[in-house]
Design a protein around this ligand. Structure first.
Ligand SMILES: [Zn+2]
Ligand SMILES: [Zn+2]
Length: 376
């Protein structure tokens, strides 16, 4: 058990003892948060209208858009009107096209979400990052590109010949180039021991590329398995307000082990305050040693959160996120600090119909305060 949790429980017990209610009185000293924040392993606070509409100056905001099965994250960097600093808007992944059975129309969900939440139609995206060549990440690209010009397009550079990524990618990169945008693929050709500082997120946020592979680390390029493709994922860390955000794409345990190795050698920092959990909460990612390195004992507090992007699709009998991964994360985090776009969808919705109701809004203020809530 984590010391923070032990301390929290001890403090709650002491508070209970001190404020034990008199017979006949209703004890209102300790609020029952489960009533307010919901139940279940991914219960969390629901956003107020202000949480959604107000993008505060000098804050870093991540909107993990509920695209059903897949990923799509809008990152908006801090702006400051006095300093005349504008926010940089980066979209990481686009959800699915929705043409595959069991996948939601993620591209359209993304377009509508952006237009309704402060990034109006036609406004350029400063960058579009496609973490890797899986449809639930790149499928929505054509719809996104048709509605927003893109200034910089980034992907790891691996194009498998076994799925439709190559065709979609070449038409999208042609459109981006025709609009004057830059193509940055592979994400880097010189990703050695040290992480690479990237300028994709403007001057207010320190961004490092921790991983991206032009070839599957397994070496299997001719007939790559899903794991091979996932392990090419662009992995990025963002630092602001003394907090670190780790965006894992679909990187699995093999990449996690390499990152832990580099962290142990002092070559990069993995301790994070916000983790976008790898591979939709699958048990092929979020290994014990990795989660221990990210949510290091003694560093987890009220500002520490994890977020999962997942649908309700069944993969050969496995439903994501897996119960083991959810439990592993909850063991390290304070209660109500693990949020998932699949929240309460299971058993109530079918694949392809679960998008749009559990967006996750995470804000990091200049003073390091982190808040996370569910929005619809
Ligand atoms: Zn995926
Ligand atoms: Zn994937």
């Amino acid at each position: 058990m984590h010391p923070t949790t032990v301390f929290g429980r001890l403090a709650a017990t002491l508070l209970l003892l001190i404020s034990a209610p008199q017979a006949g009185c209703i004890d209102t000293t300790i609020p029952d948060l489960s009533g307010e924040l919901g139940t279940g392993p991914t219960a969390g606070r629901y956003c107020s209208p202000d949480d959604i509409t107000e993008f505060r100056p000098k804050s870093l905001r991540l909107d993990i858009i509920d695209v059903g099965q897949g990923d799509a994250i809008l990152v908006r960097t801090p702006y400051d009107e006095i300093e005349e600093l504008e926010s940089v808007h980066v979209l990481i992944d686009t959800g699915s096209a929705g043409t595959i059975a069991g996948h939601s129309p993620g591209g359209q969900v993304v377009v509508d979400y952006l237009n309704d939440h402060g990034h109006e139609l036609g406004r350029p995206l400063d960058a579009l990052i496609i973490t890797h060549a899986h449809e639930d990440h790149y499928g929505g690209m054509p719809t996104v590109i048709a509605n927003f010009p893109v200034s910089r397009y980034v992907d790891p550079g691996f194009v498998p010949n076994t799925n439709g990524f190559g065709g979609v990618r070449s038409s999208v990169t042609s459109a981006v180039s025709a609009g004057g945008g830059a193509i940055e693929s592979p994400a880097t050709s010189a990703l050695g021991a040290a992480p690479v500082l990237v300028d994709l997120f403007g001057p207010m946020v320190t961004a490092h590329l921790l991983w991206a592979s032009e070839e599957p680390p397994s070496g299997n390029t001719s007939n790559p398995a899903g794991t091979d493709i996932n392990n090419t994922s662009v992995v990025i860390s963002l630092s602001y307000g003394g907090r670190r955000v780790l965006l894992m794409g679909d990187a699995e345990a093999e990449v996690e082990a390499l990152l832990v190795q580099k962290a142990n050698a002092g070559e990069l920092a993995l301790v994070a305050d916000v983790l976008k959990v790898g591979h939709h909460g699958s048990d092929t990612a979020s290994s014990e040693e990795f989660i221990d390195a990210v949510f290091k004992e003694g560093f987890v507090d009220v500002n520490t959160y994890a977020a999962i992007s997942s649908g309700v699709r069944n993969f050969s009998g496995t439903q994501l996120p897996t119960a083991e991964t959810v439990e592993r994360l909850n063991e390290r985090l304070d209660q109500f600090h693990l949020l998932s776009t699949e929240h309460l969808d299971r058993g109530k919705k079918s694949s392809g119909e679960e998008h749009g109701d559990d967006h996750i809004v995470i804000t990091i203020d200049e003073d390091g305060t982190v808040t996370a809530c569910y929005g619809s």
